[in-house]
Design a protein. Sequence first.
Length: 202
Amino acid sequence: MNSISSKSQSIASPIEDAQTPLFSTFYKVYINHTDAGGIVYHANHLVFFENCRRDWFSTLDLNGYFLQTSEGHVQHFVVSQVELYYKKPILLDERIKVSIDSIDLKPASIIFYQSIYRHHSKNPTTDDSIAADELLSRAKIIVACVQNQITPHTVSTIDSTSNDAIAPINPMRPVRLPEALRLTLQQALTTHNESDRKSAIR
């Protein structure tokens, strides 16, 4: 069962102090993201987080929606748990930076540590640090890898006139992360960590 919590405990990324996030991108806040007061709906924080995850997968040449196995099975990801900490509101027409701070690879799931920041452009006439990005929300999101159990063929074989038609059918089951996906994400982690180490030495 999916669950969501707004508690701030346990949300911090295990590499929160890293110099750079694993991935970040910018989004413009439009009117459809907000309520009548021009504040982004709380649920739309999750939309920005998901868009960021999908965009990261795209940069890695991964299909962020469906994965096809060699046997023809369809696998995909579902959010199984969310811990979300709302710190400050996101406002209409803002340009926000959404980041994947780090991930944990598990046998059948991925844990994403993500953040949303209000982006401030640096003032070229000053040398101070007032341009630092401002944290708006932070989340720990667990996505599980599942495999579809029901296919069009399965549905067509059910006799809708019999009592069997109301028998419960589990539409999906948890499966291990595909090895190719795991290797791609592990390589992205390794490349990022090496880049951080080189930056720290400079």
